[in-house]
Ligand binder design. Structure first.
Ligand code: EPZ
Length: 417
């Protein structure tokens, strides 16, 4: 079943629970490779990307088990094959996150180059450069990264760009390096902090996670640990935007406001009333939202992973919005599909000008990437008539049971075809 049928026009109302963060779970699962003792994880989201990574880790010899409460245990004690094959890596670029841990744990790694994806070329040169600075011998052969290092050495690394998984790969590798490493211009995303917290629970010595300078003092080995994955701030933001776009009133449980302040600010600018408690966020929107302009940038600025969702909101808002995408070179493909629903969007380079329309009309549209899919679902929720979103396997990579959760909020949505 690869399509979603949505009958728009319903104001979302009610409560849903937010799942664990995909972009924290993926690096943290890779951190299991660093230890011979089991890593036990709670609140791991049930997503296609997670099951893909479990297959990848299983192929390396990591023992995977689920407990009664769906807690995940990863035991890399008998790790035997430090290889990430193309067949799996091409379906999930975040597989690159095994490179640093394998190199640090086994002294060698053979990882398929991830290749590009719909939103951009997505190179991994900064991952490789950082590991080379730690003394790794790395070359690319037949589409694979071949890396070797007797033992990585601590180094001072300045990443030319702020890279989230680059920072995570280098931080994991540095945990077992000889001596101290300093990563400068590091990514400050909350998922980097969550990974650092898990690594510290395993015995790593890390200071500065969440700032642009992270210092890691290498240790000889890491132990097992238990860690609970942080809430997914992008799922949280997606549901809040859907509620705002439909003029609804929702409460999201098991999440936190401190990890998406830039998104909450934009929603308030659109006219939403937001109340936060320790582990929940409520949003109420009366009538039509006001257009909001935005410019994506590394955390704590507005996240690129929320740009597509806000474009859908701006399509039916009052006024004109200017959205500037500074992180990825091709992250406006949802605009072409939104235009099929009647949206008024002009793209020029990395800028989109969105003139709010009185309404959108349902149509068949095609998902091209994960967050573009979410944008089309939001548009379908507000469009009159029926919208069919095709190729929703993109959506399943990053949203757990999205149609069940939206149905819980009153949406008329079901999986078909
Ligand atoms: C992470 O991707 C996220 N994925 C992405 O979320 C997110 O959009 C992105 O960070 C930016 O926040 C995961 O965490 C699994 P980057 P990542 O390295 O690490 C360039 C989603 O929807 N770059 O921070 O791959 C790169 O091309 C996904 O959940 C290099 O040039 O992104 C981009 O322009 C999509 N060389 C910029 O840096 C490198 O070696 C930032 O990319 C690495 C990156």
């Amino acid at each position: 079943m690869n399509k979603l049928l949505i009958r728009g026009g319903v104001r979302l109302a009610g409560e849903v629970s937010i799942s664990g963060a995909k972009n924290a779970a993926l690096p943290i699962m890779c951190a299991a490779l660093l230890s011979t003792a089991p890593l036990r994880l709670a609140n791991v989201p049930h997503l296609r990307d997670v099951t893909t990574l479990l297959s990848l880790l299983g192929g390396m010899g990591v023992a995977v088990s689920l407990d009664a409460k769906l807690g995940l245990e990863l035991d890399a004690g008998k790790l035997h094959t430090p290889v990430a094959p193309y067949e799996l890596v091409r379906t999930m670029r975040a597989s690159i996150l095994v490179l640093g841990p394998l190199l640090a744990r086994c002294g060698e790694a053979r990882v398929s180059l991830p290749g590009g994806c719909a939103i951009g070329q997505r190179p991994v040169d900064l991952h490789i450069k950082g590991l080379q600075a730690m003394g790794a011998d790395i070359h690319v052969e037949h589409g694979y990264i071949i890396a070797r290092a007797k033992r990585l050495k601590g180094a001072r690394i300045f990443t030319d760009l702020v890279t989230v998984t680059g920072t995570e790969n280098l931080m994991m590798a540095a945990c077992l390096a000889e001596g101290t490493s300093v990563i400068e211009n590091a990514a400050r995303e909350p998922e980097v902090v969550d990974l650092a917290n898990c690594l510290k629970a395993m015995g790593a010595k890390i200071e500065g996670a969440g700032s642009d300078t992270i210092t890691i003092e290498g240790v000889s080995a890491l132990s097992g640990a238990a860690h609970r994955i942080m809430p997914d701030r992008i799922e949280t933001g997606t549901f809040l935007v859907a509620a705002a776009a439909t003029g609804g009133s929702v409460r999201l449980r098991n999440t936190s406001s401190g990890i998406l302040e830039a998104v909450l600010d934009k929603l308030r600018e659109a006219g939403a009333r937001i109340t936060v408690e320790s582990d929940s966020i409520a949003l109420e929107m009366d009538g039509t939202p006001q257009s909001v302009s935005l410019r994506t940038a590394p955390y704590p600025a507005f996240p690129t992973d929320m740009q597509a969702q806000f474009m859908a909101l701006d399509c039916i808002a009052r006024g004109t919005a200017v959205l500037t995408e500074t992180i990825f070179e091709n992250r406006f493909m949802h605009a072409l599909e939104l235009q099929r629903l009647g949206a008024n969007i002009e793209i020029s380079g990395n800028t989109a000008v969105v003139k709010g329309a009185a309404k959108l009309d349902g149509a068949s549209v095609m998902a091209t990437d994960l967050r573009a899919s979410a944008s089309l679902v939001i548009a379908g929720l507000v469009a009159t008539g029926e919208t069919v979103v095709e190729r929703i396997y993109h959506l399943d990579r990053g949203y757990e049971c999205i149609e069940e959760k939206l149905s819980q909020l009153g949406a008329r949505i079901k999986r078909i075809g």
